[in-house]
Design a protein. Structure first.
Length: 292
């Protein structure tokens, strides 16, 4: 039997579900949660404890879930915050409420869970891991996914800051940033891919928004990434075993050749921008500031 205890939010599908399955296959204990966590019967059959938990819940509700996990399996060692969805569509088309709901789940929910997880782990002085989900969309924006990119940028910046705050307590935090994986994430009607009530398709015909929406439709079920392989790597990295044995714990975990390609392209564009504008960028100090 493994000695790790995993608490996974967003375990109903995609990465959350496959990480739970991988951890269970290694003999670890898993607490699998989602808004309707007690419906995850396949994970329960594999040995997971199922809990209903909305990541935007109040502190008392979250702490009760942690207590239930501890009562069943002992102290939690690994937290994975995988709940979230993509909101697609033109910025103009997305209402204030739709934007708030997206950030409340994808960003404030992660912050909410992470804060309670630190409060759980820190007093125990036994270390622990907190893993949040970003995306290749953490690295660049584009038409039709502005709110998703903004949310994932926020999660990445938050998690990097979190790691710096808690590392002295032996707690490690990382943001997992996958490229395109065949997880069902883009399936229409599945709850993980949402569009605004007023899509404004006619107004944006022939624009970059329409192009990206068409691309996402074509990419669905054709993504190159194998989520089973990725889940195996994630569990290795979060436990320091397998492919991660002997390596430094990463603050960011990129996944997929497409993610590496796109991140390198963003880095190259940023370096080119700095080269072109550096004389202007560096001309803003007071005259009395000593030049290096």
């Amino acid at each position: 039997m493994g000695g790790n205890v995993w608490f996974i939010s967003g375990a109903s599908s995609g990465f959350g579900k496959h990480i739970a399955q991988e951890a269970l296959s290694r003999g670890d204990a898993v607490i699998a949660t989602s808004r309707k966590g007690t419906t995850l019967k396949d994970l329960e059959a594999a040995g997971a404890l199922l809990l209903d938990l909305d990541v935007t819940s109040d502190d008392a509700t979250i702490q009760v879930a942690f207590q239930a996990a501890g009562d069943k399996h002992g102290a939690i060692t690994h937290f994975v915050n995988a709940a979230g969805y993509i909101l697609t569509g033109a910025i103009e088309a997305i209402s204030a409420q739709e934007a708030f709901d997206s950030f409340n789940n994808n960003v404030l929910g992660v912050m909410n869970m992470s804060r309670n997880q630190v409060a759980y782990l820190r007093p125990r002085r036994a270390g622990g891991v907190i893993a949040n989900f970003g995306s290749v969309g953490s690295w660049y924006g584009g038409a039709a996914f502005a709110h998703y990119a903004a949310a994932k940028w926020a999660v990445s910046g938050f998690t990097e800051s979190l790691h710096e705050e808690v590392k002295e307590f032996g707690i490690r935090a990382t943001v997992i940033e996958p490229g395109y994986f065949r997880t069902g994430f883009l399936n229409e009607g599945g709850g993980n891919c949402r569009s605004p009530r007023n899509e404004m398709r006619d107004e944006y015909t022939g624009t970059g928004v329409a192009g990206v929406m068409d691309f996402l439709g074509q990419a669905n079920r054709n993504q190159p990434g194998d989520v089973v392989k990725a889940a195996r790597i994630i569990v290795d990295v979060l436990t320091g075993t397998g492919v991660a044995a002997g390596k430094e714990f990463p603050i960011r975990l990129l996944l997929g050749p497409d993610c590496v390609r796109d991140v390198k392209a963003k880095m190259a564009r940023t370096e080119a921008l700095i080269r072109e504008w550096e004389p202007t960028i560096t001309s803003t100090d007071h005259e009395d500031v000593k030049k290096a």
